[in-house]
Design a protein around this ligand. Structure first.
Ligand code: HPA
Length: 279
């Protein structure tokens, strides 16, 4: 069911249902993007729950996004891992797709690590690269789909939250250090968040490039905005699954995105584990 604005009561109900299923008290949230799900299987002493078992939770419908919540230990941290995420293009509201982040907050999560699969707009980037997200272009928000539209839930944060440092500088420095220690050539840049589900046209991509985007995808930005609203610290990582097709000479497919995930996952996993160890 499409619910435009989730209420505090609904969010509390979801959090309570999850609390009933685990003794763990997570402090770190991890959202895994397309093709990057494996890390969820490494969580120790895991309690897991399908999205469909959590009241009010939107259910992910996309192949490669099988929705499961996994709570347990990873690198001595108690983590709340979203194996798969819900996208705006599935037809849920902005408030619904960001519900998992608010639930995390109620469960005690203070740090959010978001990952995604993205197209490389920066011509230096190659499929298989990992990009540290240093900032984002909120194109969904610019077209009237900001996840904070609607009654402000004061329990989480203020009406007009600052976004000048959406991506935590200290966590970003840690990610850079960990990448270096593991000989990973970590790219950096601005992630542009579009609604999808169609991939971008060559003209869209030239526009994004001109606007300063380095990678482009269909997620992450709404979650980060909601996380920052409630003052969570955020680390963002894009796995570059394909080169953006600025001249229209090649096509982009979901299969290609899933395939690149196999190269990206081990790198992403090293970085995430290293960051967790440093917390
Ligand atoms: N565009 C948008 N989203 C994506 C892409 C892309 O090229 N690759 C993976 N997710």
């Amino acid at each position: 069911m499409h619910t435009q604005f989730m209420t505090i009561e609904q969010i509390q109900e979801t959090a309570q249902a999850i609390r009933m299923r685990t003794k763990h008290k997570p402090t770190v949230g991890i959202i895994l993007g397309s093709g990057l799900n494996e890390l969820a299987d490494s969580v120790q002493k895991a309690d897991s729950m399908l999205f469909s078992e959590a009241p009010n939770f939107p259910v992910s419908t996309v192949y490669g996004h099988s929705g499961k919540l996994v709570i347990g230990e990873l690198e001595n941290q108690i983590v709340y891992v979203m194996r798969g995420r819900i996208h705006f293009y599935e037809g849920y509201s902005m408030s619904q797709i960001t519900l998992p982040v608010r639930v995390m907050k109620l469960l005690g999560v203070e740090t959010l690590i978001v990952t995604n699969a993205a197209g490389g707009v920066n011509s230096e980037f190659n499929p298989g690269d990992v990009m540290l997200i240093t900032d984002h272009l909120n194109l969904m928000g610019m077209t009237g789909f900001n996840p904070l539209i609607g009654p402000n839930l004061e329990e989480f944060g203020t009406r007009f939250p600052d976004m000048s440092q959406a991506y935590d500088r200290e966590l970003s420095d840690t990610a850079r250090r960990v990448a270096k220690e593991n000989n990973i050539n970590l790219r950096e840049g601005v992630y542009a968040g579009l609604s999808g589900p169609s991939f971008e046209s060559p003209a869209d991509l030239r526009f994004l490039k001109t606007a300063g985007a380095d990678s482009v995808g269909m997620s992450t930005v709404p979650e980060v905005i909601v996380a920052r609203h409630s003052n969570m610290r955020v680390l963002g990582l894009s796995g570059i699954s394909n080169k953006a097709n600025l001249d229209g000479s090649t096509t982009t497919t979901h299969e290609e995105v899933m395939e690149a995930g196999k190269i990206i996952t081990p790198k992403m996993e090293k970085i995430v584990r290293g960051v967790l160890r440093s917390l």
